[in-house]
Design a protein around this ligand. Structure first.
Ligand SMILES: [Zn+2]
Length: 510
């Protein structure tokens, strides 16, 4: 049954897909700084530096960056070139990469005032206010007579007040939407060490721009910051050991993505979430054109939120986990409270789902239906199949045409047969039930046939299947009989059998 077990898990990974829908964003982050030619402490200018400055003056920033990156591969210890590279990256709006470069320089030369100042600017753009303030203060201490020290005094005051406001906002009491996105079973990452992330290079993917990676890194930062560093990420170069993988794609027509801008798939194990794959669309799914940086940032936040265990959507449209991205300005205070509820106080598990919206109005049927489906997914991912089926059936009661719910019942029955009842005749009944709910579900069909075969019953014989149908009828198992007649008809077309099957189906509908 090894192969079957694999099919089970593959189906479930598919089942647990969550995605963002139609995104239009208006978010202001990462204001790319204009190029300022900072006087570097270079005594005799390196020809590569001279060339780079000429390229910068001609506004050929990308070219300058590529030239410096290549030179640094050759001369990795050249701090002057590295600092220049950090400046170029900063001017390109690639703040995280700029900060990485100044960090290296400062390890060698902790008193390099220009590197200190540049790191402050990058950190400020990354909204790491406390660290930016510390850098500006260090610059002031190193260069008290520099006119820039006076200019930065005013900025420090502004940042300090912003920082205090953000802290207040982050810890403001209020509601969260954990119950709506995580159901009654909370699944989260084990966070005793940083989550390793591999970001696949997007170079060559249509629509991809280097600034997308900046938005992505910033989004990871925001979630980390929201939890006061409880969630940490480490970016690694080896995809085989990564717990989270991010892939850029331009495939507008991938069925899973259309018309969405991103996708997050998570898989679970005994430690909770153990793996996540994030797909990010490099093209605008609606306009078939280039994507704005801010929208990319919101999409990144949203998909990372899913990958972190916020599986469903917030009912409030100003939250980043709303199903519609448009009005959000990064993470809302409610987003912050929700992620902290998931990674903090686990007593939240007993929380009840509200049945009214924030204005006290009853929730629309479609929202309740979607909630049942979500609850079902979560129960199924914990192998609580009875509960899952109850939830999916509740969804179908509201919306009998809900294909997700119907398909999920079939998957739950199939997995229940394998995981709970693998050695009993009950498994055969469960596979039949699965096929009753979803006659197109080939995994259940193959499983049923292989179970029959293991009991010495030939599954591909018309006569045998008709006989099995009659046995079902004798036990008043009408659904089982419908499935067996349907299976019989795969092996031979027979009008009388078809009629019998159809009349049983009509009977069931009454
Ligand atoms: Zn989503």
């Amino acid at each position: 049954m090894d192969q079957t077990a694999q099919e089970v898990s593959a189906r479930f990974i598919k089942l647990l897909q969550v995605s963002a829908i139609a995104l239009v964003s208006a978010c202001t982050i990462g204001l790319a700084g204009g190029w300022q030619c900072t006087a570097l402490a270079v005594k005799k200018e390196d020809p590569i530096a001279t060339e780079t400055r000429a390229l910068m003056e001609a506004n050929k920033k990308e070219e300058a960056q590529a030239k410096l990156a290549a030179a640094l591969r050759k001369y990795p210890d050249d701090d002057n070139l590295r600092l220049l590279h950090a400046e170029v990256l900063y001017s390109l709006g690639r703040f995280h990469f700029s900060a990485d470069e100044t960090k290296v320089v400062l390890e060698h030369q902790p008193e390099n005032a220009e590197a200190v100042l540049l790191s402050g600017k990058a950190l400020q753009s990354m909204r790491r206010r406390a660290q930016a303030i510390a850098a500006y203060k260090k610059f002031q201490a190193l260069k008290p007579d520099d006119p820039r020290s006076g200019q930065y005094a005013a900025l420090i005051t502004v940042l300090e007040s912003e920082s205090a406001q953000w802290d207040k906002r982050k810890t403001a009491p209020g509601d969260d939407y954990l119950a709506a996105v995580a159901g009654s079973n909370l699944l989260s990452w084990k966070i005793d060490k940083p989550i390793s992330v591999y970001v696949k290079d997007g170079t060559g993917v249509e629509g991809y721009r280097a600034d997308f990676e900046e938005s992505l890194r910033q989004a990871f930062d925001e979630w980390s910051d929201a939890t006061d560093g409880k969630l940490k990420f480490v970016f690694i170069q080896d995809p085989s050991t990564a717990q989270m993988t991010v892939t850029w794609t331009n495939d507008l027509h991938a069925p899973a993505l259309t018309p969405e801008a991103g996708l997050a798939k998570t898989s679970f194990g005994t430690n909770g979430i153990e793996n996540a794959e994030i797909l990010l669309l490099t093209l605008d799914p609606l306009k078939d054109g280039p994507l704005g940086k801010n929208r990319m940032f919101n999409t990144c936040l949203h998909e990372i939120g899913h990958a972190l265990g916020l599986q469903g959507h917030s009912p409030h449209e100003d939250d980043i986990m709303s199903s519609q991205l448009g009005v959000q300005q990064g993470l809302s205070p409610r987003d912050v409270r929700t992620i902290n509820a998931l990674y903090g106080d686990k007593s939240a598990q007993t929380r009840q789902l509200p049945d009214k919206d924030e204005y006290g109005r009853p929730l629309p049927a479609s929202v309740i239906c979607e909630r049942h489906v979500q609850e079902g997914y979560i129960a199924a991912s914990n192998n609580q199949f009875e509960k899952a089926i109850t939830e999916f059936e509740a969804a179908l009661k509201i919306d009998p045409k809900n294909e997700k719910a119907r398909e999920s019942i079939a998957i739950s029955l199939n997995n229940m047969a394998i995981l709970n009842d693998s050695h009993s005749d009950k498994a055969i009944e469960l596979f039949r039930s699965a096929l009753f709910w979803d006659p197109a579900y080939d995994t259940a069909r193959r499983n049923l046939n292989s179970y029959l075969q293991s009991k010495g019953i030939e599954p591909t014989s018309f006569d045998v299947r008709v006989k099995l149908a009659e046995q079902c009828l004798a036990k008043h198992d009408t659904r089982g009989a419908v499935v067996e007649y349907t299976e019989a008809l795969i092996y031979k077309a027979d009008e009388a059998t078809k009629k019998k099957r159809d009349s049983l189906q009509t009977e069931l509908r009454k």
